[in-house]
Write a protein that binds this ligand. Structure first.
Ligand code: PXP
Length: 247
């Protein structure tokens, strides 16, 4: 199994800060370029239906401006499919989206919507995108992702991180075990395995140590930590912790 573990940096929250003031800064592209220089192997950006952080122009600027792969996160809507087909990102990660949520709360129900999603991802695959499903560790969702022809599953680590910070360590460890089993099962079906959501310096190591996982996507904590230590040092430390866990 490959030892390499990529770090994708999610720069949505740079846009959140920009939009809070309606200013032109901070610029998500500038953050992406800095992240790339600091060792990020991919940039993730989520164009939400309500455009609360990343905007259409940011996606175009990122696509034109960065040298590392762009992972375009989006809901499975017709509007987003058209934007993805026009943008031609390296990867498309399909996420569930609810207007009232603060962040992506759960995984996508691939099993419950498999025929629509199979048809939905076909043109994206034909256009050369690595299509990823953001799901929980549930075997049904993993099997459905493989069945519809997704190349990748990204396992949602948000619940594991919440349990850690709530001090519910026995439940956290059970969740971690379920993530491990999910990663192994997905890998056995030929899916590439990614993980992300809520990861921090405190929670990344056990996830980075799961051998089937090839990529972590991390955003909120890195941008938050950048307030104190700067974006490049925050990314550098995350990279160091990932490498140490993998060694
Ligand atoms: N992966 C996916 C699919 C996400 O939706 C998000 C949040 O936008 C992340 C990873 C990163 O989560 P966080 O910002 O909590 O690190």
């Amino acid at each position: 199994m490959s030892k390499s573990l990529r770090l994708g940096v999610n720069i949505d929250h740079v846009a959140t800060i920009r939009n809070a003031r309606g200013s032109a800064y901070p610029d998500p592209l500038r953050a992406a370029l800095l992240a790339q220089e600091a060792g990020a192997e991919g940039i993730t950006a989520h164009l939400r239906e309500d455009r609360r952080h990343i905007r259409d122009a940011d996606i175009a600027a990122l696509r034109a401006g960065i040298a590392v792969p762009l992972n375009f996160e989006m809901a499975a809507t017709e509007e987003m499919q058209a934007i993805a087909l026009a943008t031609r990102p390296h990867a498309v990660c399909l996420v569930p989206e609810k207007r009232e949520e603060r962040t992506t709360e759960g995984g996508l129900d691939v099993a419950g919507d498999d025929s629509r999603l199979a048809a939905y991802i076909a043109p994206l695959r034909d256009a050369g995108a690595r299509v990823s499903m953001f799901i929980g560790h549930d075997a049904r969702q993993i099997a459905a992702s493989a069945r519809i022809g997704a190349a990748v599953v990204e396992l949602h680590t948000g619940h594991y991180c919440d349990l850690h910070y709530e001090g519910r360590f026995a439940e956290r460890d059970a969740e971690l075990e379920a993530l491990r089993e999910g990663a192994a099962y997905a890998h056995s079906l030929g899916l590439e395995v990614h993980a992300g959501h809520g990861l921090t310096f405190d929670t990344v190591a056990p996830i980075a140590a799961i051998p089937e996982i090839r990529e972590l996507n991390i955003g909120h904590f890195l941008i938050a930590e950048a307030v104190f230590i700067g974006l490049a040092p925050a990314i550098g430390e995350m990279r160091r912790l990932m490498d140490a866990a993998r060694a």
